[in-house]
Design a protein around this ligand. Structure first.
Ligand code: ADP
Ligand code: MG
Length: 338
């Protein structure tokens, strides 16, 4: 058994490395394949790998397009199994697709509108009640999320996205960053043009991240910080069974290998799923804790059960991914699934 690990953007080299450590831990031979090299097809074709482990950085539309195209070629033209699956990676970092997925699969999510027409978007902004939430298709840690309280601001965003006078003249809606923590600079490379995503506002009490990697479940809360779920702080406790059941059902039905759900809980205790990711940060040793003890959750016959242990999520959860991939390859799981 030999696995390929895809290398691409240098910013995610550490995650490529963590896949390599995970392969070593599982005793699996691996080779690193460079998706950015000019002869990437030849490299992958001649590597004779049984499967390819993927990690993406897809917060910019053109990056996302590149992965969609090249992963399709690896999986569908070269017929090499990829992990996570093509379907999951196609959804990854694609908020338009999340909303279509949730609506067609009956998953409760804030009502989401995707417009490709300036006139229809402006008309919506005129008649809706505020606040509303604007989102970019990619982006993480709240970088592409704007809560808008007034129609004037909404119109301004829509005009910049579609162009005030003509779509060919659209500057796009620009996210901003601060250089040296001080100088505001527009991120031209990430400008949003020709589509708009507008979501119903949820008055959030707390947020859960629920995880399923292979047969392992986990989950933690992200306490609110400035109206957003924290990207760093984690609060623990047994995740709601309803949410564990939900991630189990989605993963099994869609044959998803590796999934996280981001779930907003509102002041009435109702839940709304806003994101689904097959690749996600898994830095903390404890992705789950019950009674101050680290561990994982398993599904045993007919119920979820907490199992204590320290090392389940080692190497960014990748030991679980490699283990799951190898098991699936060994039983011929991919013969019917490519
Ligand atoms: N519909 C919403 N109503 C209120 N707050 C929201 C809504 N959607 C997202 N948020 C807040 O913005 C944060 C980031 O949004 P999210 O959709 O998860 O995008 P990102 O990809 O940036 O994580 C969420 O964690 C939540 O705190
Ligand atoms: Mg999020």
């Amino acid at each position: 058994m030999k696995l390929g690990i895809l290398k691409s953007y240098p910013e995610i080299d550490d995650l490529v490395e963590s896949y390599a450590h995970a392969c070593e831990t599982c005793g699996v031979e691996y080779v690193i394949l460079d998706l950015f090299s000019d002869d990437w097809i030849e490299q992958i074709r001649t590597s004779k790998v049984d499967g390819v482990l993927v990690r993406e950085k897809a917060n910019i539309a053109e990056y996302k397009e590149m992965y969609n195209e090249r992963l399709w070629v690896i999986n569908k033209y070269l017929h090499i199994p990829i992990y996570p699956s093509w379907h999951e990676l196609f959804l990854y970092e694609n908020k338009r697709m999340y909303s279509y997925f949730f609506e067609t699969h009956g998953v409760r999510t804030p009502k989401t509108h995707v417009f490709y027409s300036k006139r229809k978007a402006l008309d919506f902004c005129k008649h809706t009640s505020y606040p509303i939430v604007f989102k970019t298709n990619g982006g993480s840690s709240g970088t592409g999320v704007t809560v808008v309280h007034f129609q004037r601001k909404a119109q301004q965003i829509v005009n910049s996205i579609f162009g005030r006078f003509h779509s060919r003249l659209a500057f796009g809606h620009l996210p901003w960053t601060k250089v040296a923590g001080f100088f505001p600079v527009p991120k031209f490379g990430m400008s949003q043009r020709h589509y708009v995503i507008i979501q119903e506002y949820v008055d959030i009490l707390t947020e859960w991240r629920i995880i399923k990697l292979g047969d392992t479940y986990a989950g933690y809360m992200r306490p609110l910080e400035n109206g957003h779920g924290s990207c760093e702080k984690m609060e623990y406790g047994m995740p709601p069974i309803e949410l564990l059941q939900l991630i189990k059902e989605i993963s099994e039905k869609e044959k998803f290998d590796s999934l996280s759900l981001d779930v907003l809980i509102d002041k009435h205790g109702d839940y709304y799923v806003t994101e689904m990711q097959s690749l996600f940060g898994c830095w903390a040793a404890h992705q789950c804790e019950v009674n101050h003890v680290g561990g994982k959750i398993i599904y045993d016959v007919d119920h979820f059960e907490f199992v204590s242990g320290e090392d389940f999520f080692k190497y960014n959860g990748n030991v679980l991914r490699v283990d799951d991939f190898v098991k699936k390859l060994k039983v011929g799981y991919y013969y019917d699934n490519i």
